[in-house]
Ligand binder design. Structure first.
Ligand SMILES: [Mn+2]
Length: 288
């Protein structure tokens, strides 16, 4: 009888702990998963979309300065996720993106990793994944935590026919049905057997199969990051901007020259664009 009661209690405890961790992850959901920018959000300015910074704050400042010096027109900057973590100046980078109103950001897998670590530290749990050097998450203020938590998975700009996502998009699903893990992590697509002896296209973060950007057939042009190994990816309707600054590569951004007074949605390839990059000051960490 005692053994039975003990067994029931252990079952209950296990269920409660599963519920608690699911609840905890639920605490990381942004208020808006898919953000839309309207023309008024950047009217009269250009758009500068920047790849993975990973706390390489000095290089980010240098890149933005170069664009400022070369162009008289002001611009709005959009970061494609992984603005922080693993790099040398995470707090400086976080302060910069939080304080500047001309900056928009989306969530990368590293913002997600920092949020998960912060939750663990806050609940007194031991951080079991220190390899990502997330220890700075211990010191996040409530404001910093909320800023990161509210980073959307995507930003869409319908008038320019553009979507910005960190990892990628599965070509078979509309935006609102995209898997959240895939949006942060995916790099490739592979066909695998499904339960009905057919084939299904599965997203993976591994470097295998076909690059997802080569399979994208959506009408929108997608800007993304997350694939430092492949560096700059220029496909017909996708552009990958992670050129591995953290690993001693470059930090890259693309300036979209926005015409004055747009009255109807533009085709992305009608927009003139210029690529800019700066060299990393050092290889901050070796490639995984
Ligand atoms: Mn990433």
């Amino acid at each position: 009888m005692t053994a039975l009661i003990a067994y029931c209690i252990s079952l209950l405890a296990r269920r409660l702990s599963t519920a608690t961790s699911a609840q905890k992850l639920g605490q990381l959901e942004p208020a808006v998963k898919h953000r839309t920018l309207s023309y008024l959000d950047f009217k009269g300015r250009d758009l500068f979309i920047v790849g993975d910074v990973h706390g390489c704050f000095d290089e980010a400042m240098e890149l933005i300065d170069i664009v400022k010096k070369k162009n008289n027109k002001k611009f709005v900057t959009i970061f494609v996720g992984d603005m922080v973590n693993k790099g040398p100046k995470n707090i400086e980078m976080l302060d910069f993106i939080m304080k500047n109103k001309d900056i928009h950001c989306i969530r990368g897998n590293h913002e997600q990793a920092v949020l998960r670590s912060a939750l663990k530290y806050r609940s007194g749990e031991k951080e079991s994944n220190p390899k990502w050097a997330n220890s700075w998450a211990k010191h996040l203020s409530n404001g910093q935590f909320e800023f990161l938590r509210n980073l959307p998975y995507t930003i869409s700009i319908p008038i320019l026919n553009i979507i910005i996502v960190h990892g990628g998009l599965h070509p078979h699903y509309p935006l609102n049905l995209q898997d959240e893990h895939n949006m942060l992590h995916m790099r490739s697509l592979s066909w695998v057997k499904d339960d009905f002896h057919g084939q299904k296209l599965v997203a993976t973060s591994r470097h295998e199969g076909t690059l997802w950007a080569q399979c994208w057939q959506g009408t929108e042009h997608v800007y993304f990051g997350h694939d430092a190994v492949k560096k700059l990816q220029i496909e017909s309707n996708c552009t990958g901007l992670d050129t591995g600054c953290l690993y001693g590569g470059k930090l890259t951004g693309v300036l979209l020259k926005i015409p004055e007074n747009i009255t109807a949605p533009l085709r992305h390839f009608d927009l003139p664009r210029e690529f800019y990059s700066v060299d990393a000051k050092e290889a901050y960490i070796p490639v995984d």
